[in-house]
Design a protein around this ligand. Sequence first.
Ligand SMILES: [Zn+2]
Length: 73
Amino acid sequence: MKNTGVCPKCGGKDILRIFGAITDRSDGNRPPVAVSGISVPRAHRYVCCICGYSEEWIDPKDLPALKKEFGRP
Ligand SMILES: [Zn+2]
């Protein structure tokens, strides 16, 4: 959806873009980044307004910090 503007599940083109959403750890399905003083990453969320499918992308600016914190040595 991020690149195509089309929902991969239903083909819908009514895509809602929510920029800068703060990720949380409430469902255990996101990187546990609020540890060791690292800031919570920003995420861009894309939601299909037809079927409700959503996907989330971490802001590229936060990737180096995540890699540093959780990357393999
Ligand atoms: Zn959809």
